[in-house]
Design a protein around this ligand. Structure first.
Ligand code: B12
Length: 218
């Protein structure tokens, strides 16, 4: 990948949506491959985290970087015609557990599922458990993807997993987010839960299921 991550980070910190978008469109390989694009955006946001940790930037800068990254993500999805209306595709619902604000990664994963022909609903940040259960049941989602980034939020994970997996038609619960790459969250999950540490593993998971699906767009 030849994109300059430091410059992309600077665009995010400036809130320069057009410049950030151009930096992506300049790279033909990114425009053709969402995996590489999401990897670049992830690296830039991780760099934002490092700068925040080192007191180089403020929380306001983090917010601006987030909305700019989110803009690029939405524009990329529009450009690549990635849709969540994949009729007859299996259903996946995505949410962050209560109080969890870090939703950008979840949005990327939802888009990846869409590319593989899934119908998706993206609930984003901070979805209380009662609604997660209700929506899963009503819509008949076969997968629920949960994101968790902050360690003290993980305590809540177990209730989400337990209640979702106890439904009459239980979905497969996938747990991802920054924490899963750093800690073993198995103690908050069950033997049926799938822990997904990074983008590569998501791609592998989607590839494994591809064979059994109709209407798949590659
Ligand atoms: C942007 C940001 C924010 C934004 C969030 C904006 C938003 N709406 O998303 C704001 C400013 C609100 C914020 C707030 C806070 N944040 Co913050 N934040 C970040 C930052 C810089 C980037 C997060 C991000 O978007 N990363 C990029 C995404 C793409 O990566 P990702 O989430 O890991 O997702 C990837 C995979 O994990 C996977 N994935 C993600 N979800 C899922 C789900 C499924 C199902 C699957 C399969 C896969 C998957 O897919 C992605 C693909 O690459 C991180 C730094 C970092 N290293 O991530 C800190 C960071 C996560 N934040 C941190 C902290 C401390 C906080 C705050 C407590 C304080 C603060 N900074 O204001 C609050 C807490 C808010 C809360 N209650 O949740 C710490 C956490 C440290 C810790 N020990 O827990 C970090 C690591 C910063 C740091 N270096 O210290 N934050």
């Amino acid at each position: 990948m030849t994109i300059d991550i430091n410059k992309l980070t600077d665009d995010f910190l400036e809130g320069d949506q057009d410049q950030a978008w151009e930096r992506i469109t300049d790279q033909a390989e990114l425009m053709a491959n969402s995996h590489l694009t999401f990897e670049a955006l992830t690296k830039a946001m991780q760099r934002i985290g490092k700068l925040w940790e080192e007191n180089e930037i403020s929380v306001a800068d983090e917010h601006l970087a987030t909305t700019t990254c989110d803009y690029v993500l939405s524009r990329y999805a529009h450009y690549r015609k990635i849709t969540n209306k994949n009729e007859n595709g299996p259903k996946a619902l995505f949410l962050c557990i209560e109080q969890e604000q870090h939703y950008l990664g979840l949005k990327m994963i939802s888009l990846l599922f869409q590319e593989y022909g899934w119908q998706t609903k993206l609930f984003g940040a901070n979805l209380p458990l009662e609604y997660a259960v209700e929506k899963t049941e009503k819509w008949g989602a076969s997968v629920v993807g949960i994101s968790v980034a902050i360690l003290y939020h993980a305590e809540r994970l177990n209730r989400y997993v337990t209640e979702l997996e106890a439904l009459k038609n239980p979905p497969e619960v996938l747990v991802g987010g920054r924490l899963t790459s750093q800690y073993n969250l198995a103690k908050y999950c069950s033997e049926h839960t799938t822990l997904v540490p990074d983008l590569h593993r998501v791609r592998e998971w989607l590839e494994e299921r591809k064979g059994s699906m109709k209407n798949v767009r590659y």
